[in-house]
Write a protein of this length. Structure first.
Length: 255
């Protein structure tokens, strides 16, 4: 595989700390466009912290500080000229716990576009159908779009949250253990949707297991206690890891 000349996202020498507790240490990582990149490793390795930094969700964390740069299409997302509101339209995020907003399925999906100023009914209907299709939920809810979102199953609610993010047509989708609380059937549906979504979006996922990382990702990065140990195409990192610590984690010797 040829080296990536211009990644969609580039993390450059990022160190991040909460007070005296270092969560990430000198992390440099290239994230390819229109592919799934998995951040994996044991709990406390900095995976979710790194994900949140790409969306600037840690901006208001007290007594925290960061050095280094996070670039999106070559532009520093922490520069004063990059408003967070614009960034979060380009970079959507879905959390482990599905949190539909009160209201209908339709209202959930269209909340973001309406907030962003989309008023054309035809365009809103297009976004609704498109987003639910992309999240592999349309077939299950097309006849009850005005029904309550909280009546959906847990797996459906998680896919609804994915659809809600996709309705803003972001360039990047961040997924923090999106299937950790789901049953195997719902997990499989979310994973299947990722194979379709990566044709249009750059996806970074914190998987709930190394097995999931191997199933869904094109590239993988192994983090351990805040350090990026190695980052490679997923088939290589899981079959011929370069670092003994990666091999030990994958084979279950720790973690």
């Amino acid at each position: 595989m040829k080296p990536l000349a211009q990644p969609k996202i580039r993390i450059e020498q990022v160190t991040y700390a909460y007070g005296d507790q270092v969560a990430l240490r000198d992390v440099t990582l290239a994230v390819p466009a229109r592919a799934v990149t998995a951040l994996f490793g044991p709990a406390g390795s900095g995976k979710t912290t790194l994900l949140r930094l790409i969306n600037r969700l840690n901006d208001l964390v007290e007594d925290a500080h960061m050095t280094g740069r996070v670039l999106l299409d070559g532009q520093d997302i922490y520069a004063a000229t990059t408003p967070t509101s614009v960034l979060r339209r380009r970079v959507g995020m879905v959390f482990a716990l599905p949190l539909p907003i009160p209201g209908s399925i339709r209202e959930n999906v269209l909340y973001g576009p309406k907030l962003a100023g989309v008023r054309d009914r035809g365009r809103l209907e297009e976004l609704l159908v498109q987003s639910l299709h992309q999240a592999a939920l349309w077939d299950e809810v097309q006849d009850r779009l005005d029904g309550p979102a909280n009546a959906l199953s847990g797996g459906q609610q998680q896919r609804l949250c994915i659809a809600r993010s996709l309705a803003l047509e972001p360039e990047v989708l961040l997924l923090d253990e999106p299937t950790s609380g789901l049953d195997p059937i719902s997990t499989a549906k979310v994973e299947e949707s990722l194979h379709e979504l990566k044709q249009r979006y750059t996806i970074i996922i914190v998987p709930h297991s190394t097995q999931q990382a191997a199933r869904v990702a094109d590239h993988a990065a192994f983090l351990l206690l805040g350090d990026l140990i190695e980052s490679r195409p997923v088939k290589e990192i899981f079959t011929t890891p370069r670092d003994r610590r990666t091999e030990d984690y994958i084979t279950g010797r720790f973690g």
